[in-house]
Write a protein that binds this ligand. Structure first.
Ligand code: ASP
Length: 306
């Protein structure tokens, strides 16, 4: 019965999540353990340490976790200076009467629970950031005048390199007791406007789990997932009796008017309570990974294209 699925960049963490499940760990423990390894991965510039920064060169992380058996959730947005955004989100869920902390409050809470502060911007990510903003605007990095603020706004709208400017990790696990948990962690859209929150920290948009039906988690154009409430919509379509694949197709149908004409991509992974899994993307050649009983290691599968 246990199973864990992830976006393809979750392959560095999925086996650790699986081990957790086979040792009797909860779905929550599994998705957290798996996510931390992705947040550690210096080669992944879309999550945690070495994530690509915002327009001003500051790494701002978004993350959320949901316990599908209690419908408790925790999230952080615009977290600076702490790589384990998902663990901070979990502690928000477990220790505060809140769901979402942002910015300075999120960093303050991370410090209070003993997380180690650090500079998340690696020289490599910094170099790419400098190259990425080049040509979009002439910016006076020393002092942000009114004019520069306007240019910043404009160039935030010009962050258009889907291969390099976006990325997120999704994990969904079901444990031996049938509990489902989902986790999402990201440094968001590269060169985003400072303070921009994506879908990854918005429960219902980029992440939703309900052990009675299933779970879904998104990557891609966060603004679209926020506008359509995508992750929650998949779960509601499951509740309405659709198969997993049809539930996902319905959710993409809801996204259609938002996606029309945009160069941005949307993708999701989904799991139902019976252990069925699938993943969809508006882009070709995207994959996801999963591991369940009887498998020696995680297997990569193609996503269905919508
Ligand atoms: N969904 C993320 C965001 O909008 C980015 C991504 O997955 O590409 O922040």
């Amino acid at each position: 019965m246990p199973i864990i699925i992830a976006s393809s960049n979750g392959s560095v963490g999925i086996d650790a999540g699986w081990e957790m499940l086979t040792r009797g760990g909860s779905a929550l423990d599994a998705v957290e353990a798996a996510t931390r390894l992705v947040e550690d991965n210096p080669d992944d510039h879309s999550v945690g340490y070495s994530g690509y920064p915002n327009l001003l060169g500051e790494v701002e992380l978004d993350a959320s976790i949901m316990d599908g058996s209690t419908l408790r959730a925790g999230a952080v947005g615009g977290l600076r200076g702490y790589r384990y955004a998902l663990s901070v989100a979990r502690r928000v869920m477990e220790e505060l009467p809140h769901v979402l902390l942002v910015g300075e409050g999120a960093a303050r809470f991370a410090a209070e629970i003993g997380m180690q502060p650090e500079n998340l911007l690696t020289p490599e990510a910094e170099q790419t950031w400098r190259a990425g903003i080049e040509g979009h605007a002439t910016l006076d990095w020393a002092g942000i005048s009114e004019l520069v603020a306007q240019l910043l706004k404009r160039s935030a709208q010009l962050t258009r390199d889907p291969e390099h400017a976006t990325g997120t990790v999704n994990f969904i696990a079901q444990d031996a007791a049938g509990h489902i948990a989902s986790a999402v962690s990201t440094s968001g859209w590269a060169w985003k406007y400072p303070g921009r929150l994506g879908d990854s920290s918005i429960i219902g948009a980029g992440n939703y789990a309900d052990s009675r039906y299933g779970a879904a988690a998104c990557t891609g154009w966060g603004e679209a997932a926020i506008r359509a409430g995508t992750a929650r919509s998949v779960v509601l379509y499951l509740k309405a009796g659709y198969t997993l694949e049809t539930a996902c197709r319905e959710a993409f149908g809801d996204l259609q008017p938002i996606m029309r004409g945009t160069p941005n991509a949307m993708s999701l992974v989904a799991l139902d309570r019976h252990g069925n899994h699938c993943a969809f993307s508006t882009s070709e050649d995207r994959t996801y990974v999963y591991r369940t009983d009887g498998m020696a290691s995680a297997v990569e599968l193609p996503r269905l294209v919508v």
